[in-house]
Write a protein that binds this ligand. Structure first.
Ligand code: ZN
Length: 317
């Protein structure tokens, strides 16, 4: 079947990142090639100075995603930003990540050399039984927050919420958050790397504690936190062969798509990111499998998919 677009589906070479808290599941579960045994992140769709995916398609083989974004904007649709707007990661946390918070655009532009802030969201690919994530805090006022931080009352301050495989969580800028040991997560986020570390469990890395950013954290933490019950969306039982919207915010819309046997979706508007989290099959006749990340060009039209595939997709606003 011929689609209306003159651009092909774009396949990306992930950038792998070693982290002190990383594990080996990106290699063993997802098949990414690496010798390292502390792989923390796979940047599957990224055009950031700290990680810029090479394009696998032969016709663009000398290009990175950021280069294509600059030189072939028509591929992505009418889009006004200088930078590719989103960043898609798979995160394997073998141990707890530090407790952190991100600024919004206004704070980051003013205090971080014109950078963007960070809205992010997590799809829980896998987690231990009875797992919890850190999302939000228990302080009622800014004074109470400051007091608890200065008195190091971390257990009282930090709010933990129970999660299960298949849950989806939006983390607004200003939300205290942390991924915990054993969680495997797909993260969709604004294309930003600005993180303020509030607490690191007093851990030492190479004999010294990692830097904390208490002032910036207190500047940006939202008080009171959003209600815990408004934070988690369950994705079990969603219809198959359909783009199910999980969230839509000012930066992105995220979808879950479970392909079973055969499906057809139509795509108009800006480009669409897709990450295969489970299974194998084809997309317009091209073989895809777990761990693949690709971009459907703007106004691509109809897409034929076959096989058994679990996909998280996103488009940018
Ligand atoms: Zn974060």
């Amino acid at each position: 079947m011929k689609n209306q677009s003159k651009f092909p589906i774009l396949f990306l070479q992930p950038v792998l990142k070693q982290m002190v808290w990383g594990g080996s599941r990106l290699r063993t579960d997802f098949g990414y090639e690496s010798e390292a045994d502390n792989l923390g992140e796979c940047w599957g769709i990224a055009a950031h100075p700290n990680g810029d995916c090479a394009i696998k398609n032969e016709e663009f083989s000398d290009m990175t995603l950021s280069k294509l974004w600059k030189e072939r904007p028509e591929f992505f649709g009418a889009y006004g930003t200088e930078q590719f707007p989103l960043l898609i990661k798979i995160i394997d946390a073998k141990s707890d990540l530090s407790i952190q918070v991100h600024p919004d655009d206004a704070y980051a532009q003013k205090n971080e050399n014109g950078s963007f802030g960070k809205m992010e969201c997590w799809y829980i690919i896998d987690c231990p039984e009875n797992a919890v994530l850190v999302a939000g805090h228990n302080a009622g006022t800014a004074e109470e927050l400051e007091g608890m931080v200065h008195d190091e009352k971390w257990d009282d301050l930090i709010r933990k919420i129970p999660i299960q495989k298949g849950d989806f969580i939006q983390i607004d800028p200003g939300t205290v958050h942390a991924i915990t040991a054993g969680c495997l997560i797909l993260e969709t986020q604004q294309n930003s790397d600005i993180t303020y570390r509030l607490y690191d469990y007093g851990r030492m890395v190479d004999g010294k504690p990692r830097e904390l950013h208490i002032k910036q954290s207190l500047d940006v933490i939202q008080v009171p936190a959003k209600a815990a019950k408004d934070s988690v969306i369950k994705t079990g039982g969603l219809p198959e062969n359909k783009m199910n919207e999980l969230i839509s915010c000012q930066y992105y819309t995220v979808y879950k798509l479970n392909v079973s046997e055969k499906c057809q979706i139509s795509h108009y508007g800006s480009f669409l990111n897709m990450s295969v989290l489970e299974g194998s099959g084809t997309v317009d006749g091209i073989a895809v499998k777990k761990g693949d990340h690709f971009i459907i060009p703007a106004n691509y039209g109809k897409i034929e998919m076959e096989g058994e595939l679990e996909i998280i997709a996103s488009d940018a606003k």
